[in-house]
Design a protein. Structure first.
Length: 213
């Protein structure tokens, strides 16, 4: 899926089933503690995806630990993003000389739970929802909006090291498989992001990739 959304030379690795067992670094194992099997499996598989991408970039595989806002910390010279949901795990990595930031998110392609749309959407986004449903009633636009907001944050934070709330980005979704994130913060160093989205089967994916300047 991601290869259809992300440009080269980004390396995207996906899995639709958990790999067992996945060898973890001691620092990663310590993060899991007494985690339930489901958490262990998704944690391990998404890191196996990332380490395969590292090898493709000729980077020695390393532990992937969380930063202050739970963002993955990458080896020097690497940018990337991780995502996982039911039936899907993925990593997308590139060299920082080629791309400034990457943000990916995957979600089940089903309507968002009650109350989620109202919690994440600003009035302008809510006004656009009825038209999107008319354009393509098969797409779960509320879940897609949530995913685009997640990809936006994942692309934003590594560059700015600043929090971005759901209300701080205006996402315009287009039926052609693209979206645009306009940052609403008054002192933003980034005006917005261009992204792409795709639905295949039971999974939807959104992706943002910003080339290095």
């Amino acid at each position: 899926m991601l290869e259809q959304l992300l440009p080269t030379p980004i390396v995207a690795v996906e899995r639709y089933h958990d790999e067992q067992p996945v060898e973890l670094f001691p620092e990663e194992e310590a993060l899991l503690g007494n985690a339930v099997p489901k958490r262990r499996f998704e944690f391990g598989t998404v890191r196996a995806c990332a380490r395969e991408a590292m090898r493709a970039l000729d980077v020695e595989p390393a532990a992937i630990l969380p930063g202050p806002k739970r963002e993955p910390l990458w080896p020097a010279g690497i940018v990337g993003s991780l995502t996982h949901c039911t039936g899907y795990r993925a990593a997308a990595l590139a060299r920082s000389g080629d791309f400034e930031t990457i943000g990916i998110d995957a979600e089940p392609h089903q309507p968002a739970p009650d109350g989620v749309l109202g919690a994440i959407a600003i009035p302008a986004e809510l006004r656009r929802m009825p038209g999107l449903k008319v354009d393509d009633p098969k797409i779960c636009w509320d879940r897609l909006l949530f995913s685009a907001k997640e990809s936006t944050y994942k692309a934003w934070y590594p560059v700015t090291k600043r929090w971005l709330g759901f209300e701080d980005a205006d996402i315009t979704l287009d039926p052609d498989g693209t979206f645009h994130s306009r940052i609403l913060l008054p002192d933003t160093p980034i005006a917005g992001f261009a992204g792409r989205w795709l639905v295949q089967g039971d999974v939807l994916v959104t992706a943002i990739a910003v080339p290095a300047s």
